[in-house]
Design a protein. Structure first.
Length: 235
């Protein structure tokens, strides 16, 4: 079998899109579904917090950075499909502000449809790392046919082009980072809910890539217990 050398999902890259170049939502969702299903064959990594499994895929031709994935399974008494999907599909960035400690501000730049919006997120880190700004298109899709499946695809957006001046004013000042991600909520036959997320990113600036990559697995894994803690505090 020939090794895969090119990115099979070319829309899913950290190269940012101008708002005028955003492809149809169904194309974005189709590639997101293809990518998240492929993560089951990625190279297994460490398990964090006893329950969050990680995996990764090296950078392929057309990718801007390697890919990392986390997967966790949740029993109904901890987190149901409906509970998780509700928090991820409605104002996802607003909710992440509550449980991802590095996020300090979020702003909805533009709603494109009931299932697609552009958000800008402002992150701060421990010095000497300067603040980062990530501006993203978030597209959601829910399939009610069994097994119920929810997808959220995030693509990097560039608001510095001609015609986007007013939208650009809504961004915070900071070094521009970029990420692309696919998040899937899947209702399993045993009644549990699987939460799977794959991402490729660059923080921008002068942080060496190997430092970013070496910490990525634990960083994305930590989102799970932080979310659970926040969710339980809201009950």
């Amino acid at each position: 079998m020939t090794a895969e050398t090119s990115n099979p999902t070319p829309l899913l890259t950290i190269t940012p899109l101008k708002p005028s170049d955003i492809p149809p939502e169904e194309d974005i969702i189709a590639e997101g579904k293809q990518l998240i299903e492929a993560t089951t064959s990625w190279k297994a990594g460490k398990t964090f917090f006893g329950v969050v499994h990680t995996s990764s895929r090296p950078k392929l031709q057309g990718d801007g950075a390697p890919w990392h994935c986390r997967t966790s399974e949740h029993k109904p008494d901890e987190l149901t499909f409906d509970q998780l999907w509700d928090k991820l599909s409605h104002d996802k960035a607003e909710n992440e502000l509550q449980f991802i400690h590095e996020i300090q501000k979020v702003n909805k730049v533009k709603e494109l449809s009931p299932t697609a919006s552009i958000w800008t997120l402002y992150y701060t880190f421990t010095p000497p790392v300067s603040p980062r700004v990530f501006t993203e298109l978030q597209v959601t899709y829910l399939s009610e046919s069994k097994p119920r499946t929810g997808l959220i695809v995030s693509l990097a957006i560039d608001l510095t082009g001609k015609g986007d001046e007013e939208l650009h004013l809504l961004e915070e000042k900071g070094t521009k980072g970029r990420y692309v991600s696919v998040e899937r909520v899947l209702e399993l036959e045993n009644g549990n809910t699987e939460w799977r997320m794959a991402t490729s990113s660059t923080p921008g600036g002068s942080i060496p890539g190997f430092i970013v990559e070496s910490t990525m697995a634990k960083k994305i894994a930590s989102d799970v217990p932080q979310f659970i803690k926040w969710f339980n505090s809201k009950k």
